[in-house]
Design a binder for this molecule. Structure first.
Ligand code: 2AM
Length: 625
């Protein structure tokens, strides 16, 4: 039968080739994995429609080839303050070269699907700008750019679903399938991307690190540096609700260099309990080893992060994001395996277009994780074909943390125990814990994992790498900096203050806010010493030490005269870092008040001044949610 199958496949391939099956190129730029997941969904839909599919992260695609493409869909998210994701930065630079002739993409039919968050000012900026640029280069848009929004009460799918319907209508009318080729039904399973080959025995214990360290390159996503955890201390009072950690890593031998404003990338691991639970549900032996090979239908090579052979435990602990809220594609795939009638009905509903409200209240609202969903569908889970594991569950994504230390710090200065050090990276981590309708308290995967690391129990290493951050500090020693960083927002400013003092730059103004002087005023001794030495000025806002809330923006307004003098006469740079909620907008309002009060400006003049400061880098912000 194998031979017959091969013959049939060959015949079909020859036929299809003659009939010229249209091919869709899916290019994505993804920071947290959502755009990649969406791109993969488009790829699967194309496979169901019997089209050829190629899929690439934008930076792994040779952009020069774009001139000879005919049909491309771009799926791109927007990060930070309107920036493209890391894996499309090179593409972005190339695309905006002035030397590209206007009609160079005139053969190209394309569509752009953007993923964004309308609580940020530059909503879907990358998708919009890409769309414009492609048109400028002569390419034809199949349909208007799709602007998916995380803030939509039903999530980004509320925009993606109807956009895809229209996309397929347009695409199939321009690129119809040859007569006689019919699309697959929604229920027909697609082949998995990889096949697992389990090994019966493994003769020697394999190293934990997947890849040999690359002696020449700097640590990166595929070659992270295993940094030893030097210390992990709670810096908030034990009676305080919020656990904030000050964690120090040793980067000796890593070749990592960084400066104030840079961020460290860390990919967390799943907890041992979750790993056990997952293996039990899928009836997998965590100690068994396997190798992976891509199938014919695979659009991507085997992930380089996975060692070959790889232990099941390694895969589940370090690769599969079982603690994330699963996406709709997860339910679609799970539904195709269900044989138990009850489970099948429920899964079919949750993955259908009509079931999206239900899916949202079952999954997204209570932030139910993939592992818990699998436990809710035990029969289906136990019958899952293991080859589909990597199709079902996405990869754990790295998290970024603003570095809170400087390599330039003078080690001869004796401060407190949190004294920084050469060859070290320090971060401040707020341990994420919250309640939903589910009884079990929710935990942030990365912060909880980091908080659990205890170097006193033996050596622990965290794989990490460093990236340029969004904040830049001035070279000129006389330019003052005004920094507003409540809570862990103070992290990049601690790096800046240490670095600047080491460089002899002492015009440092810090606004710090927390709930209480006695509970969460971390780095206090360090600031007090630096204030005494005349190296910085500190304004604090303790929001809950009195009846009425006092926030950093109130302190900014109180210091109107001083700030105006620094900004208007001394070219000071103004920075905000911290939680993206209401704080950044409130601080901007306070700053505009300063301009109005001290500079005699109207509201619109003040806004204009703020805009022009932003354009020239005199106003910078780094916010996170
Ligand atoms: P709160 O929790 O008492 O409201 C660090 O988290 C500090 O930021 C806390 O003191 C917190 O105060 C404060 N904070 C909360 N919302 C804020 C806002 N909109 N603007 C400024 N600070 C805020």
């Amino acid at each position: 039968t194998d031979i017959i199958l091969i013959q049939e496949n060959l015949l079909q391939a020859v036929l299809w080739d003659r009939m010229s099956i249209p091919t869709l190129l899916v290019l994505y730029g993804s920071q947290t994995g959502t755009a990649q997941d969406t791109a993969e969904r488009v790829g699967r839909q194309a496979q169901r429609r019997r089209m050829g599919v190629r899929m690439h992260a934008l930076d792994t695609y040779n952009v020069a080839n774009l001139i000879s493409e005919s049909l491309v869909v771009f799926v791109c998210s927007t990060t930070g303050q309107g920036d493209p994701p890391d894996n499309m930065k090179n593409f972005w630079r190339f695309l905006f070269r002035k030397s590209l002739p206007a009609g160079s993409l005139c053969r190209l039919d394309y569509a752009v699907l953007g993923l964004g968050d309308s609580s940020y000012a530059k909503f879907n900026f990358v998708a919009k700008k890409l769309h414009k640029r492609l048109q400028q280069l002569g390419a034809s848009a199949l349909l208007p750019v799709g602007l998916a929004d995380d803030q939509h009460e039903l999530g980004p799918d509320a925009v993606i679903d109807p956009w895809l319907v229209l996309f397929w209508q347009k695409t199939l009318s321009l690129y119809p399938l040859p007569a006689g080729v019919s699309p697959l039904g929604d229920q027909d399973p697609l082949p998995p991307r990889y096949v697992f080959h389990f090994l019966d025995e493994i003769t020697e214990k394999l190293a934990e690190q997947p890849l040999p360290p690359d002696d020449h390159a700097l640590p990166s996503s595929t070659h992270p540096f295993p940094a030893r955890v030097v210390s992990n201390q709670r810096v908030t009072d034990p009676s305080h609700f919020q656990d904030v950690r000050h964690i120090e890593f040793d980067i000796t031998g890593s070749k990592i260099q960084y400066s104030a404003g840079d961020v460290v990338m860390i990919r967390p691991c799943n907890s041992p309990e979750d790993v056990e639970h997952f293996c039990q549900l899928l009836r997998l032996d965590p100690d068994r080893y396997f190798t992976l090979t891509p199938t014919d239908g695979s659009t991507a090579p085997v992930p380089v992060r996975l060692p070959q052979p790889c232990a099941v435990r390694y895969l589940v602990e370090r690769y599969l994001d079982v603690a994330a809220v699963p996406r709709r594609s997860f339910f679609e795939l799970l539904a195709s395996f269900a044989t138990d009638e009850m489970e099948r009905g429920k899964l079919a509903e949750l993955s259908s277009p009509q079931g999206q409200d239900e899916l949202h209240s079952y999954c997204n609202r209570p932030r139910r994780m993939a592992l818990e969903v699998l436990a809710d569908f035990p029969h289906t889970t136990a019958e899952l074909n293991v080859n589909y594991l990597l199709d079902l569950i996405p990869e754990i994504q790295p998290r970024s943390f603003s570095i809170a230390s400087s390599l330039l710090v003078d080690p001869s200065v004796k401060t407190n125990v949190l004294q920084a050090h050469h060859n070290r990276i320090q971060i401040l981590v707020a341990v994420v814990k919250y309640k939903t309708r589910l009884h079990k308290a929710r935990k942030g995967l990365c912060s909880s994992w980091l908080a659990s690391l205890d170097p006193s129990q033996g050596e622990v290493c965290v794989p990490l790498w460093v990236k340029k951050g969004g904040l830049k500090f001035p070279q000129d020693p006389h330019t003052p900096v005004i920094m507003v960083g409540p809570g862990t927002g103070v992290a990049p400013f601690r790096a800046a203050i240490q670095e600047r003092i080491a460089q002899g730059k002492t015009a440092n103004l810090l606004f710090f806010g927390c709930r209480s002087e006695t509970k969460d005023f971390y780095c206090r001794t360090e600031w007090e010493e630096k204030v005494q030495a005349g190296h910085m000025t500190l304004f604090t806002a303790f929001s809950r030490d009195q009846e009425d809330k006092i926030y950093v923006q109130h302190r900014v307004k109180e210091q109107a005269k001083l700030l105006w003098d620094m900004i208007a006469n001394r070219n000071a740079v103004f920075y905000i870092a911290g939680n993206a909620n209401q704080m950044p907008a409130a601080v901007c309002d306070a700053l505009k008040e300063v301009f109005k009060q001290e500079g005699g400006m109207t509201e619109s003049q003040a806004q204009e001044m703020l805009n022009s400061m932003e354009k020239t880098g005199l106003f910078q912000s780094e916010t996170w949610s």
